[in-house]
Design a protein around this ligand. Structure first.
Ligand code: HEC
Length: 147
């Protein structure tokens, strides 16, 4: 019965896992955060927005109308070409899972954050729907690349 404690722990984990909103499998979160499908058109607006997404502060992407784009992070079209929807979603939800020292904010995380102003405590940067919209937009870039 050497393995009994391991099975016991796995049993407990399998009870806990379903109640967690974010279930990562390896390096991806396959399950969308919300049942309604993401809208790539809204996602594009969020990514380009200087108020909500702020992605172009660090990233570049296929946005001919945006003059100033970041060069601190990979081009979003390149990332979309190599990552699945689940991998993209996981990196937007919480990039610190992949690099604890990353400068990229965790867009859907409320715990273990540093330097959060009290009025924003307990809030995510983007809503579940907005995360899905951004993922849908990035995935649509990939399809455009393939065609
Ligand atoms: C403050 C800078 C910053 C902002 C803002 C930012 N990112 Fe990032 N992002 C990075 C950096 C730097 C990386 C490279 C990996 C790392 O350091 O985490 C990265 C990595 C990624 C990756 C993985 C790329 C790859 O090829 O592996 C994705 C996808 C991504 N970001 C999407 C986004 C989206 C979508 C937004 C906006 C909602 C955003 N990022 C906002 C800095 C940023």
């Amino acid at each position: 019965m050497r393995y009994a404690p391991v099975f016991f722990l796995l049993g407990i984990l399998s009870l806990i896992a379903p109640v967690q909103a974010q279930v990562f499998t390896r390096d991806m979160q396959v399950e969308p955060l919300i049942a309604s499908a993401g809208d790539p058109v809204r996602g594009r607006v969020i990514v380009a927005s200087r108020q909500t997404g702020l992605c172009l502060l660090c990233h570049s992407g296929p946005f001919p109308e945006e003059r100033f784009q970041g060069n601190l992070a990979p081009d979003l079209a390149m990332s979309a070409a190599k990552l699945t929807a689940g991998q993209l979603r996981a990196r937007i939800i919480d990039p610190s899972r992949f690099d604890p020292k990353t400068i990229m904010p965790a867009y859907y995380k409320t715990e273990n954050l540093k330097r959060v102003a009290p009025k924003f405590a307990g809030q995510t940067i983007l809503s579940a729907q907005e995360i899905e919209d951004v993922v849908a937009f990035l995935v649509s870039l990939n399809q455009q690349n393939v065609q």
